[in-house]
Design a protein. Structure first.
Length: 422
């Protein structure tokens, strides 16, 4: 029986596997490395986060983004956006050096079994594991507005469905949303020869300001400290103190995750967007239906009369919503028995990222309602991998690996069900 099976090979899965293996745990990790970054983001996109805030994590801190860039003649700079493709290549470089190696097979089922879990791969192999860490990324949680659901894929898609936007050359495309994904997708569509229009409920677009220099006078740094998620004290708390966020009441956490670091465009995108892409703001999407070779959208402003927009295709850049019900690989009885964070459909997690089912851990987007907005970003991987591995080590009896300690490291491990010995 393996100590740990990691499901997912994105930044969170790779980092957890690296920490767990370094701690002496018998670990296996499954998935297509960096799949969402390689397969579900259009060519030409850039990271919104600063390069220094997007390291994957392992205890020696040798496989950083800076180390990868130095070995490949790439220069990551503060205030200069890094191409998504370069970050994906960094993740692959990290995965190639990972022990244990990533097994590029899909896990299709996780079910309770004896004192742990049975994990089934797509090729039929079944494994026994004492613990399972689900780091499945964002793709299971694609969100489409209700009005767009049920329409055929040739008429409606999500922004994560596209690697090559060149297929829309010459077409009218309506992009729904007001965040970075919507604005950058629209800019890329225009640059690919399409005719995009952005439609959003928001009354105005928000644009981030250029980042302050990393080296500033003491007073400026004190007033607005840098963090992995941006500048300012509130952002610093979300970024650097996820353990403290978890101590807040559940309703407060749910509100923070729903509202903090809301939709905004990157400062470097603005000149590529303004004056190029038409924008229709303050519109609610009421209905969508096929119309000829395209889509007829019925929208309405606040208190206004319905209006019809005819378009060739709709791309919903409407994000991802954590929802346990979307995890088809989890045994239904197991999934439905998990405690959730009040006001969400995300699992309630201990200080060590363990769910109410002992031995079942969650990382990434599903952990955001427990630990805050940092879990929506790559920056959260170091905290997650270190905390989760320490929790596992506590119950497996492995000796600590040489890794930095985090503040407030209590794990609050759930009570194990009767007979679930470790």
């Amino acid at each position: 029986m393996h100590d740990l099976v990691v499901v997912g090979a994105g930044p969170y899965g790779l980092s957890i596997a690296a920490h767990a293996a370094a701690a002496g745990l018998d670990t296996r990790v499954f998935g297509r490395p960096m799949a969402s970054w390689r397969d579900h983001m259009p060519a030409g996109m850039f990271l919104k986060s600063e390069p220094w805030a997007t390291d994957l994590s392992e205890p020696t801190r040798e496989r950083t983004l800076a180390a990868y860039c130095a070995a490949h003649d790439v220069r990551p700079e503060h205030g200069v956006p890094l191409p998504v493709d370069a970050f994906a290549r960094y993740g692959l470089w990290f995965a190639e050096r990972l022990t244990p190696p990533v097994e590029e097979r899909e896990i299709i089922a996780v079910a309770p079994h004896a004192d742990g879990f049975e994990v089934k791969a797509v090729d039929g192999e079944r494994l026994a594991a004492r613990n399972v860490a689900l780091a499945v990324g964002v793709m299971p949680f694609v969100h489409l507005p209700g009005a767009l659901r049920g329409l055929p894929a040739e008429l409606v898609s999500h922004s994560s469905d596209h690697r090559d936007l060149g297929r829309f050359r010459g077409a009218d495309v309506t992009v729904v949303g007001a965040g970075q994904a919507a604005l950058e997708t629209a800019a890329l569509l225009a640059e690919a020869g399409a005719r995009p229009t952005v439609v959003a409920r928001a009354g105005g677009l928000r644009w981030d300001t250029p980042p302050a220099p990393l080296r500033r006078g003491g007073l400026a740094g004190l007033r607005a400290p840098h963090s992995g998620l941006g500048t300012g004290w509130t952002t610093w708390v979300w970024s650097e103190l996820p353990w403290a966020v978890r101590r807040l009441p559940e309703a407060v956490r749910a509100h923070i995750v729903a509202t903090a670091l809301g939709p905004a465009g990157a400062w470097w995108l603005r000149e590529r967007f303004e004056g190029v892409v038409p924008v229709r703001l303050g519109l609610r999407l009421l209905r969508a239906e096929p119309s000829g070779a395209g889509v007829r959208l019925t929208v309405a402003s606040a208190g206004g009369r319905p209006e019809v927009i005819e378009t060739g295709h709709v791309i919903a850049a409407t994000g991802f919503v954590p929802d346990l019900r979307r995890l088809d690989l989890l045994d239904r009885t197991l999934r439905d028995g998990l405690r959730t964070v009040r006001g969400t459909r995300a699992p309630a997690l201990s200080g060590g990222f363990e769910s109410s089912r002992a031995g079942l851990f969650f990382a990434g987007l599903l952990s955001a309602p427990s630990f805050g907005p940092a879990m929506r970003f790559v920056h959260g991987v170091s905290f997650t991998a270190g905390r989760l591995t320490r929790s596992l080590r506590d119950v497996t009896g492995q000796r600590p690996a040489a890794a930095p300690r985090m503040p407030g490291q209590g794990t609050d491990r759930p009570v194990r069900p009767a007979g679930a010995a470790r």
